[in-house]
Design a protein around this ligand. Structure first.
Ligand code: MLT
Ligand code: MN
Ligand code: ZN
Length: 301
């Protein structure tokens, strides 16, 4: 399985347009430190790629990733569609950026689809531009992706809703607001789990993580107090729906205990000290066998 990391930042990216915090200021001064919004590209079949989460940076992310660029025919794109793990704005605002395509294939849970259509009215807004071709992300059992060698499954993580959908009546679409995406290659059995938003670590997710060769998990905040200490929120990391990396609710020990050959944090907020490559947290995690996902890294499983 071929995976390309398209971005590694939480909502806002690094630098964030209205932020002059040390991490954002450093990335403004040195473009090598910038992080685009968290996303992956996965090759579904030779030359056909799915993008996992459609970020506000998606246009640039496609341009910066050579296998995703169009051609050789004038309007041929290797981007087959988008798979969504949730309906958060930082994972879905890229959908309108793809409106130049005649049809746009979106694979998501019914809950996420209902949020985007009922809450954001995305289907009605985009209808005059591009036809949306929806498919339900299977959650009971894995299913083949477009009949190819990969199978996909959404593993339920939490019922954390995007703020715009706080009052949305999403029944009867269910409560699969946030899933982890599991992708398994039937050719060699290798599996990837991508979980950029962890409000909880449920047993079903734990099983999928234990069964994976490569796992990406939520690295939004280094510790629970970080959002309050940085002054941008009254809520702790846990209250914002992100288990932090360290502390009593920290995920680092559980991540380190997984048998996966590659264990990575992604979806870093610009307040996270890890946005500084010289921060000591990198060494601490490396000693536990954990990496911080790097922009444009290529992973072959
Ligand atoms: C999140 O990851 O919790 C959301 O993207 C935060 C937001 O609403 O911007
Ligand atoms: Mn986010
Ligand atoms: Zn900042």
């Amino acid at each position: 399985m071929r995976i390309r990391i398209l971005g590694t930042a939480a909502g806002g990216g690094v630098p964030q347009w209205n932020c002059a915090c040390p991490g954002c200021a450093a990335a403004r001064a040195d473009p090598r430190l910038r992080r685009r919004h968290a996303s992956l590209a996965v090759e579904a079949d030779a030359g056909r790629w799915y993008v996992v989460n459609a970020t506000p940076d998606l246009g640039e992310q496609i341009e910066e990733c050579p296998p995703l660029r169009p051609g050789p025919a004038r309007r041929h794109t290797p981007v087959a569609g988008v798979i969504l793990t949730d309906a958060e704005l930082d994972h879905t605002l890229g959908l309108p950026r793809l409106r130049e395509a005649p049809t746009l294939r979106i694979i998501a849970t019914d809950t996420v689809r209902e949020a985007l259509c009922g809450g954001l009215r995305l289907d009605r807004v985009l209808a005059p531009y591009a036809g949306l071709s929806w498919a339900t992300l299977p959650h009971e059992a894995p299913e083949a992706l477009d009949g190819g060698p990969l199978e996909i499954q959404g593993i339920t993580v939490s019922g954390k809703r995007p703020r715009y959908a706080a009052d949305l009546d999403a029944e009867p679409a269910g409560d699969a607001w946030v899933v982890a995406l599991r992708i398994r290659d039937r050719r060699d059995g290798k599996a990837l789990v991508y979980a950029p938003a962890l409000a909880a670590w449920p047993a079903g997710l734990d099983r999928a993580l234990h069964d994976a060769d490569c796992v990406f998990i939520d690295g939004t905040f280094w510790d629970d107090e970080e959002p309050r200490r940085s002054g941008f929120s009254q809520r702790t990391a846990v209250e914002m729906g992100h288990l932090p990396i360290t502390g009593p609710d920290g995920t680092a020990e559980r991540l380190a205990a997984l048998p996966a050959a590659r264990r990575l944090y992604t979806h870093l907020n610009n307040t996270n000290p890890l946005v500084d490559p010289a921060d000591g947290g990198h060494r601490r995690l490396a000693a536990m066998g954990i990496d911080v996902a790097r922009e444009r890294e290529v992973i072959e499983l």
